[in-house]
Design a protein around this ligand. Structure first.
Ligand SMILES: CSC[C@H]1O[C@H](OP(=O)(O)O)[C@H](O)[C@@H]1O
Ligand code: ADE
Length: 291
């Protein structure tokens, strides 16, 4: 029997190291099957035992692995701090924008180290059609849980370097910049997914109020962990609830269409100047242009 199509990749963040009700199909390129028969690929961002610092997450390998097994849409989960009173710990957020506060120490492009130059569009850092479908499906799935979890949409996520949390002054500054939530993980993941022409959206789960509330203690890991387990459980339930409809939307091609072909006008170096070794390297991630 030929391998079933795996169209959806799920990236689990802090607290989300596995999904429920799955039959493990393969571990090398982890593929799992839900009771419905829908296949998903699951990657634990920090490793199954949380042993990768945010700055050390092998994002290029994770995205390349998902692309290489045929994934077309990535749903990434992330634990975030809230920079807004109305986003309460326990709430879910599907952001629309990113402010990059990483420090340039993470490999952030598949073109790094090659002599082939490309500039991906990143004005809308998440895939809008995927976000749209997720907003509807996640809202309904959360309502079904009966838990008091709100879904916030069109928010801005600040991605900081870490691993230390922000100072109070930084936390306040991010609020002034228009940041709504903060994490250490959405970049370079979202940039790499764009380069690989994969649809990518983030489901963020709030764990704390970061460090901006003057009358409260600044965020600690202990505070984060208090909400993490419940958030991870809810994330598993939501994933299980939405996966079939998400797969159907992808098969109808209305979700992944905008990502496909998006690198078409991004390659700037002329083909006759591509070093063969670099072309071969990029063929793995973008066979559409480099095969
Ligand atoms: C555990 S607190 C800080 C940690 O949590 C988030 O991880 P993830 O996005 O993978 O859920 C944040 O980005 C930091 O890496
Ligand atoms: N306050 C915070 N800052 C950065 N990343 C986080 N992940 C969870 N809470 C966070």
């Amino acid at each position: 029997m030929s391998d079933p199509k795996v169209l959806i990749g799920v990236i689990g963040g802090s607290g989300l190291y596995h999904l429920n009700n799955l039959t493990l199909v393969k571990e090398v390129s982890p593929q799992t099957s839900l009771p419905s028969g829908t296949h998903v690929a699951f990657v634990a961002r920090h490793g199954a035992h949380h042993t990768y610092l945010p700055s050390d997450v092998p994002s290029r390998a994770n995205i390349a692995a998902l692309k290489s097994i045929g994934v077309q849409a990535i749903v990434a989960f992330s634990a975030v701090g809230s920079l807004r009173e109305e986003i309460r710990p326990g709430d879910f957020i599907i952001p629309g924008q990113i402010i990059d506060r990483t420090k340039g120490i993470r490999p952030a492009s598949f073109f790094e180290g090659t002599r082939i130059v490309a500039h991906a569009m990143f004005g809308d850092p998440f895939d809008d059609p995927l976000r749209g479908v997720l907003q509807t499906l996640v809202k309904a799935a959360l309502e079904k849980t009966g838990r008091d979890v709100r879904l916030h949409t069109d928010k801005t996520v600040v991605c900081m370097e870490g691993p230390q949390f922000s100072t109070r002054a930084e936390s306040e500054m991010y609020r002034m910049w228009g940041g709504d939530i903060i994490n250490m993980s959405v970049l370079p993941e979202a940039k790499l997914a764009r380069e690989a022409e994969l649809s990518y959206a983030l489901i963020a789960t709030a764990t704390d109020y970061d460090s901006w509330r003057v009358s409260e203690e600044p965020v600690t890991v202990a505070e984060v962990i208090k909400t993490l387990t419940t958030n991870a459980e809810t994330s598993r339930t939501v994933t299980e609830t939405i996966i079939e409809e998400l797969q159907a939307a992808i098969l109808k091609a209305d979700v992944v269409r905008s990502a496909k072909g998006s690198m078409q006008y991004s390659l700037i170096s002329r083909r006759d100047y591509w070093p063969e070794e670099d072309r071969k390297k990029l063929e793995y991630i973008l066979p559409e242009y480099f095969a």
